[in-house]
Design a protein around this ligand. Structure first.
Ligand SMILES: Cc1cc2nc3c(=O)[nH]c(=O)nc-3n(C[C@H](O)[C@H](O)[C@H](O)COP(=O)(O)OP(=O)(O)OC[C@H]3O[C@@H](n4cnc5c(N)ncnc54)[C@H](O)[C@@H]3O)c2cc1C
Length: 374
């Protein structure tokens, strides 16, 4: 098919999910990828990002120019501000300051969520990304005592990695009896033990008093008060990992969103009222845990866009979510990478295998389709 005859697919957001989708649709479609940053800044392994930034960057911060499979993608550095479903057109505020309108045949929304200071939807360049990452790490490096508030995967990963690094005393506060809601009960029990073994002082049943306008997007230095009645806690630095995420859906009409602002999708990850529009990743209300990013939702979207291009709507594949969250929580450690499974079991890939096989072969060559050195 001549390039000009191919349908156009716009992929909104080139994060963990959108980048994988864009790299896989170039044979079937003209792909336009729009992202607020010029690089993939992964939402994975946030604990190791704080203690070993150079190593984290090697796998999880990758300028788009390094992706060989994005060479034929029109990568637009900008922020989508509006979508008109009647004319199939998106408006983009470009990083250069001007605006651009782009029409599509298919539209994939993978704009993710804001989550404290870890993830946001501000327009930024590579230098700003670097400055922000380094500033947070520097502030934590100088702290004698660190409080981490929040017992989800981010809080647990951060607390455990900081404690293992041995530079500070680390306290983890969470509101339930065990950390990691959404994970299998055996994973939750294992992690409660692991945190203590790794030197974290864990404080269950602590619910922090959080000002209503505070989104946990900065480190703080004041004592933390507890609505559960315990004495206030004073650390040199408090890092917030509250789990309350804000969907990046302001460019969409309320009619396609659920009450919390996530995109409503059907079993094929399509918008019920707009069959040529998909949503996937953290932005999509695909299942109660909104877990289509790690449950390979990108494959479903890629397959289904291709089937629609071939005019075979009866062949669309359904998305299936795992009942519990799974994946790596603590990231790569000296003894390897531990992956927890939806059934509560876990396995560890030794470090000497994980680095060459998982990161170099699986992630960089198979998932990303090959990366340039620079
Ligand atoms: C293969 C895979 C494996 C995973 N494994 C794990 C694991 O082991 N452990 C774990 O904890 N998690 C894992 N995750 C999940 C991960 O933590 C998050 O769920 C994932 O980062 C969410 O990806 P996303 O694409 O939805 O959002 P993001 O990666 O946040 O990407 C969204 C992008 O959209 C951009 N954007 C936002 N708004 C706009 C706009 N208006 N216009 C243009 N661009 C915009 C943002 O800047 C960002 O670049 C995995 C995910 C994948 C894909």
């Amino acid at each position: 098919m001549a390039a000009s005859k191919k349908p156009t697919v716009i992929v909104a957001g080139l994060g963990d999910t959108g980048a994988l989708i864009a790299t896989r649709l170039t044979r079937t479609c003209n792909v336009v990828g729009i992202s607020t940053r010029p690089a993939l800044v992964s939402g994975q392994e946030l604990g190791t990002r704080l203690i070993d930034l150079p190593r984290w960057r090697r796998t999880y911060l990758i300028p788009y120019r390094r992706f060989r499979k994005l060479d034929s993608v029109d990568v637009v550095h900008g922020r989508i501000t509006n979508v008109d479903f009647d004319t199939s057109k998106v408006s983009v505020e470009l990083a250069s300051g001007s605006t651009r309108e782009i029409t599509y045949d298919f539209f994939v929304i993978a704009t993710g969520v804001s989550n404290g200071f870890w993830r946001h939807d501000r327009l930024e360049d590579l230098a700003t990304i670097d400055t922000e990452l380094s500033a947070i790490n520097a502030e934590l490096n100088g702290a004698g005592t660190i409080a981490v508030v929040g017992g989800g995967a981010t809080g647990v990963s951060v607390a455990d990695n900081l404690a293992r690094a041995g530079r500070s005393k680390v306290h983890l506060f969470h509101s339930g009896e065990e950390p990691l809601p959404g994970y299998h009960p055996s994973v939750r029990r294992w992690m409660a033990r692991q945190l203590t073994t790794d030197g974290v002082t864990v404080h269950p049943d602590h619910r922090a008093v959080v000002p209503s306008d505070f989104r946990g997007d900065q480190l703080t230095h004041d004592a933390v008060e507890w609505s559960t009645g315990q004495e206030a806690f004073n650390a040199d630095v408090t890092l917030w990992a509250l789990g309350g995420v804000t969907p990046h859906s302001a460019f969409l009409p309320a009619s396609v969103l659920d009450d919390e602002g996530f995109v409503v999708v059907d079993k094929n990850l399509r918008m019920p009222e707009h069959p040529n529009v998909f949503a996937v990743g953290d932005i999509a209300a695909s299942d109660p845990l909104r877990s289509s990013a790690r449950n390979w939702g990108f494959r479903i979207v890629v397959t289904n866009v291709k089937e629609l291009v071939r005019n075979r709507p009866t062949k669309l594949k359904p998305y299936k979510a795992a009942e519990y969250r799974w994946g790596s929580i603590l990231g790569m450690q000296d003894d390897g990478l531990t992956v927890v499974q939806p059934n509560g079991k876990r396995f560890r890939i030794p470090r000497k295998l994980a680095e060459p096989l998982l990161f170099s072969v699986f992630v960089q060559r198979i998932l990303y389709g090959g990366l340039r050195k620079r």
